[in-house]
Write a protein that binds this ligand. Structure first.
Ligand SMILES: Nc1nc2c(c(=O)[nH]1)N[C@H]1C(S)=C(S)[C@@H](COP(=O)(O)OP(=O)(O)OC[C@H]3O[C@@H](n4cnc5c(=O)[nH]c(N)nc54)[C@H](O)[C@@H]3O)O[C@H]1N2
Ligand SMILES: Nc1nc2c(c(=O)[nH]1)N[C@H]1C(S)=C(S)[C@@H](COP(=O)(O)OP(=O)(O)OC[C@H]3O[C@@H](n4cnc5c(=O)[nH]c(N)nc54)[C@H](O)[C@@H]3O)O[C@H]1N2
Ligand SMILES: [Mo]
Length: 734
């Protein structure tokens, strides 16, 4: 068994040379003396030039930012007041951006590591880096007769539309292997696709129009701070707020009613509520008869299989509570449900989402302003993806790209044999920290001839790479961002020059294409030069112009850096034309059968805890980071010094563990030792460790997480996700 310990590690592994390459030491001093700006009153008053930026992280909020620049340095940032979602405010992470940009930990130059994981890095020039990479690509193509042994793992470190240059670059050299899927939402997105044709949420600003709000396994107080403004305001106006979560989250603490459900049993809760609603004729008969198919079959399933007594026993929620919230929900108009991504990270996550969707549909809450069963949306991602429009070189043989599941990347890379994967290109991803079974991911890396990672900071993935290419922050490059939650489009201007030798992923793609073509003419179809502003301009099309009412990038800038889309798309399914095969809401889904599922929203059992590891270990998202990002920020490190495991006092007493004791959390694939936080916010059969990593600490919440699949994901995302919360461990005092 692997034993991982909690230790402050010499991150830089004693390399003085690396220290200076990272900007620590002499160079670091120079930065802090010269560049790190102070948020002075003068700057806060707006003196300096103003630029509009967009926070491009994988976050519901995708904020519009106003940046003040003086003498070429950022002196102040704040939320853009022209945006009614951001409302002139940033979250705690966003407010630290100047520390992120000017962090002495930034990777400053391209570097090559002599021996993966040795820390023996040397500075190389961009030309050398391009040369090594281009030669390897051409060698692989020669040896294997195709570029399929080259694999891209790119996801959401930066959702700027120009960052799709990574995908475009790889497409431009031939067919390659791709990490496919999403860790965020796959099971729930399939569920909504079976029910309605696709996942599509109402504008979150419409929480203000709701009479009743259920936050179902979502923790927006941490993961979507700006949504909380609307929820809180609605509550102040008299809207009832219910939070359903096994953990007493910060969001739960704001609720009128908190319901502590047994993990992974929400399907039973929704079906129990449905039984009550059907029995008491509280459903919207007109809505279901006009807008749905399969309702009768569903009713028959519920009446034959579900009782509120059974639901109470399964979920741990008293029968009287199930019945009361069922009545309240069904009679409030409109009633709004927000299903979190966290809730569906289970082996029955998709089935649970289908049951909750059904609850919204039978009460006629789908297609209503202020109502809806809100999960995720993509209506505004109507950009051209111009960066990806360059096909493979002429004469490329083969029948297309190969795919491995991003969520089980390590194992699937190891399994790929036809041909084997020999080179990794990693951008906007930290798979060694963020994926399940990090040791399997490391093994996959060992099989490679070359691992190239594009990133801003050292992390576990960079440490296991051969070459690291330094990338820019959003403030040093241009772009365009839309959200999967709100309905705004934000422009990102270049506020300052790139620091050190950092380049954007787009510039890197152009540079590599240039070198490839110098070495072998026609080996990459990606443009070898170009102004990034022109690339942004190429993302606009008539649909986007119509949706947002702006013609161009420049106009977006003139309009205050941010515009909201037309009202008509902000109420999901308002026209009640569903994108299912029948065009109706499908309680009975033939598509679900095609993908191997029950056609109806039925109850599916939770994952059974193994006997030796009876404690569920949940790993939700952390308030002070976006996954592995924002951990190089001195301000945040100050208030969040180290990870911890949350344990209920009863469980702690049973295990003889006291506050701050070091605790070993372990199962058959891994272990780690971290301090205990004793708290009643977690139930006695669950412990919690937060997702992310802490600088200089050998911690990943994934050390014990197995790659157990969710039930759905293939239909809408190509691949299933990981049941991150069906992770079972044991604990003992270390
Ligand atoms: N600060 C911050 N914000 C973020 C992120 C971040 O890392 N940090 N990440 C972004 C990304 S990529 C994502 S995917 C989203 C995730 O956003 P959320 O879905 O809001 O966040 P999670 O922490 O994954 O899970 C939310 C809640 O689901 C609960 N949950 C787990 N299992 C169950 C269950 O069986 N039933 C019920 N009812 N609840 C359950 C957890 O206890 C947790 O409180 O947040 C985005 N925003
Ligand atoms: N146990 C457990 N594990 C989880 C989850 C969970 O709930 N529990 N949640 C999962 C979810 S939902 C997600 S979305 C994943 C997220 O996991 P990742 O996709 O790895 O997310 P990040 O850590 O946000 O970003 C990865 C890297 O992108 C880099 N980056 C930032 N900007 C740029 C850029 O412009 N260019 C390039 N090339 N790189 C850039 C960052 O510095 C960072 O190192 O984690 C998953 N892992
Ligand atoms: Mo995510």
């Amino acid at each position: 068994m692997l034993k991982e310990t909690f230790s402050r590690r010499n991150f830089i592994k004693g390399s003085a040379a690396l220290g200076s390459l990272l900007g620590i030491g002499a160079a670091g001093k120079q930065i802090s003396n010269g560049l790190i700006p102070k948020a002075s009153a003068e700057a806060a008053a707006g003196k300096g030039e103003t630029f509009y930026n967009a926070c491009p992280r994988n976050c519901y909020d995708t904020c519009s930012i106003e940046t003040t620049v003086k003498d070429g340095a950022i002196t102040f940032i704040t939320g853009n007041k022209n945006n009614t979602y951001t409302k002139g405010r940033l979250c705690v992470k966003g407010n630290t951006y100047p520390r992120v940009i000017y962090s002495p930990d930034r990777i400053k130059y391209p570097m090559r590591q002599k021996g993966r994981g040795t820390g023996n890095w040397e500075r190389i020039s961009w030309d050398e880096a391009y040369d090594i990479i281009a030669k390897k690509i051409l060698d692989i193509k020669k040896e294997y007769g195709s570029t399929l042994p080259i694999c891209l793992n790119k996801y959401s470190g930066n959702f700027n539309i120009l960052n799709y240059a990574s995908e475009g670059m790889l497409s431009s050299i031939g067919y390659t292997t791709r990490a496919q899927g999403t860790p965020c939402d796959p099971a729930g997105s399939d569920a909504q696709a079976f029910d309605m044709g696709t996942a599509w949420n109402n504008d979150p600003e419409q929480f203000l129009d709701a009479d009743y709000i259920i936050l179902w396994g979502a923790n927006p107080a941490w993961t979507s701070a700006h949504s909380m403004h609307f929820i809180t305001e609605a509550k102040e106006k008299g809207t009832k707020l219910v939070v359903i979560d096994p953990l007493i989250t910060q969001t739960a603490s704001k609720a009128d009613e908190y319901i502590q459900v047994n993990a992974s049993t929400d399907g039973a809760l929704a079906l129990g509520m449905i039984r009550y609603i059907l029995d008491h004729n509280l459903y919207d008969e007109k809505w279901v008869s006009k807008n749905s198919i399969g309702f009768e079959k569903f009713v028959s399933y519920v009446k034959n299989n579900i009782t509120t007594e059974w639901a109470a026993e399964t979920t741990g929620v008293p029968k009287a509570v199930i019945e009361r919230i069922a009545r309240e929900y069904a009679t409030a108009k409109p009633a709004n449900i927000w299903i979190g991504f966290g809730m569906q990270r289970h082996v029955n996550g998709g089935a649970m989402v289908r049951a909750i969707d059904a609850l919204a549909a039978i009460t006629g809450n789908v297609g209503k302003r202020g109502g809806g069963v809100n999960y995720i949306g993509g209506e505004t991602w109507a950009v051209n993806y111009h960066t990806m429009s360059f096909g493979p070189p002429e004469g490329t043989v083969g029948d297309g790209d190969h795919y491995v599941n991003m969520n089980n990347f390590g194992a699937q890379v190891l399994e790929a044999n036809d041909p084997p994967i020999k080179m990794l290109w990693i951008a906007c991803r930290n798979p060694i920290a963020q994926d399940p079974e990090p040791n399997v991911v490391k093994k996959a890396f060992e099989k490679m001839d070359l691992v190239v990672t594009c990133d801003l900071y050292m992390n576990q993935t960079v440490e296991h790479s051969d070459i690291v290419l330094p990338v820019t922050t959003p403030f040093e490059s241009v772009g365009l961002n839309v959200s999967y939650w709100h309905y705004w489009m934000n422009v990102n201007e270049q506020a300052i020059k790139p620091l050190y030798e950092a380049k954007s992923d787009l510039e890197i793609a152009m540079g590599l294409s240039k070198r490839l073509n110098e070495l072998e003419k026609g080996s990459s179809t990606f443009p070898t030069s170009g102004d990034p502003h022109d690339w942004v301009e190429k993302e606009f099309n008539d649909k986007l112009r119509d949706m947002f009412g702006v013609k161009s990038w420049k106009e977006l800038k003139q309009k205050g850096g941010t515009v909201k889309s037309k009202e008509t798309i902000t109420v999901a399914w308002e026209d009640l034309k569903f994108r299912t095969p029948s065009g109706k809401y499908e309680f009975y889904s033939q598509k679900a059968i095609e993908y191997g599922h029950h056609p109806l929203p039925v109850f599916v059992e939770k994952y059974e805890a193994p006997k030796e590891y009876p404690i569920r270990c949940m790993t939700p998202h952390w308030k002070l980071s976006i996954h592995s990002q924002f951990q190089h920020t001195d301000w945040l490190m100050k208030i969040s010094e180290n990870p911890f495991v949350e344990i209920h006092p009863d469980l702690a007493a049973k295990k003889n563990i006291k506050a701050n004791d070091l605790v070993k959390v372990f199962n058959d694939i891994g272990a780690m030792t971290i301090p205990a936080k004793i708290t009643k916010t977690v139930p006695a059969d669950i412990v919690v460790m937060y997702e992310g990593w802490w600088k200089d600490i050998n911690y990943s919440e994934n050390f014990t997480v197995k790659a157990i699949q969710e039930d759905m994901g293939e239909y809408s995302k190509g691949q299933r996700g990981i049941a991150f919360h069906d992770n079972f461990v044991n604990i003992e005092r270390a």
